[in-house]
Ligand binder design. Structure first.
Ligand SMILES: [Zn+2]
Length: 332
């Protein structure tokens, strides 16, 4: 049997080994030690509500997970239930929301929950979905997810042998960019994480052109971003409803703007709430770059203009592809 003192010594040794290694994933990205251990939830917590697309009443139960497991969903009707890692390789559809799938089981609208977990440092988490195939939308922001995380608190995650793992964070070393039509996403090397986001709705005067820019840490995210709600244009939603989408969308879980009538359910929580919500979505989508309980959001200045889930996830694929190509070259 290992004495507690020896176990402690082993843990320290493991941490310091990780701390020395700076792993280059490609010319553009490295994984750097933070000197802090990976975390998980101190106990389980759940939230239930209406799902945006199906209109089903669903529940997401968040449970602690071991160091190195990362964030993953448990969903579907098969026994055992399907485990779907919250990783870019499992993204199947990103038009109106981000959807993950594996072996015929899917989980839709994962972005707001993942955004809160990434921003609050919940590196390892088991998420059980019941009542349908979607994460409940709650009030359309990440506010209630952040509150749920704060309610139970975090603790240091251990693996099955009782070891802790140093949390690694990706850092960008050269510019990367992607564009589609007039939309673009650029990431530039930076000392800390910064996000700049622009949107432009010339036909919807109450939204119009908005820019938001800030460095991003847990405190900024909680105060400035987490409570920004999903927004939609009233005239477009009617078309989506006829196509069988957004069945669960309502004035309780989105801010709705009419082309001619302005905001239909004021007040807004911030004058630029739509643009801030896009930052919330971006953090959720970039969290899909995370592997093995490490951080997904890279240390970089990320600049997005008129982007959405599809461009966000394409960019994360670009990050992942360049990492994989280098790994394969090194193994040859
Ligand atoms: Zn969103």
């Amino acid at each position: 049997m290992t004495s507690p003192l020896l176990r402690h010594h082993h843990r320290r040794r493991l941490l310091s080994t990780c701390t020395r290694s700076l792993k280059w994933l490609s010319r553009s990205i490295s994984l750097n030690p933070t000197g802090r251990p990976q975390q998980t939830l101190a106990s389980s917590v759940s939230r239930s509500g209406t799902a945006l697309h199906s209109g089903d009443f669903t529940t997401a139960r968040l449970l602690p997970a071991a160091a190195g497991e990362g964030r993953f969903f448990v969903a579907g009707h098969s026994r055992p239930r399907t485990r779907i890692p919250a990783a870019i390789g499992h993204v199947v559809d990103s038009a109106l929301c981000t959807t993950l799938a594996r072996d015929g089981t899917r989980v839709r609208t994962v972005e707001h929950l993942l955004s809160a977990l990434e921003a609050c440092g919940v590196d390892n988490c088991r998420i059980e979905i019941d009542g349908g195939d979607e994460v409940p939308l709650l009030d359309g922001s990440a506010k209630e997810w952040v509150e749920a995380i704060k309610q139970v608190g975090l603790c240091v995650a251990e693996d099955q042998h009782g070891y802790t793992l140093d949390k690694l964070v990706p850092e960008l070393h050269e510019p990367l960019y992607l564009w589609h039509g007039s939309s673009f996403l650029i990431a530039l090397p930076s000392q800390k994480i910064c996000i700049t986001y622009g949107i432009d709705f010339p036909k919807v005067p109450s939204i119009g052109c908005q820019w938001f820019s800030s460095f991003m840490d847990e405190s900024t995210y909680t105060k400035e971003i987490a409570s920004s709600r999903t927004f939609c244009v009233y005239e477009e939603v009617e078309g989506m409803r006829r196509a069988g989408l957004c069945k669960g969308g309502s004035a309780d879980n989105a801010i709705v703007c009419s082309i001619t009538g302005g905001w239909l359910n004021p007040p807004l929580r911030f004058f630029d709430e739509p643009c801030r919500h896009k930052v919330l979505d971006l953090v959720g989508d970039f969290s899909l770059f995370a592997q093995n309980g490490n951080q997904g959001l890279p240390i970089a200045h990320i600049i997005a203009y008129k982007a959405g889930h599809a461009l966000h996830t394409d960019f994360v694929r670009l990050l992942s592809r360049s990492s994989t190509e280098l790994r394969e070259r090194l193994l040859r």
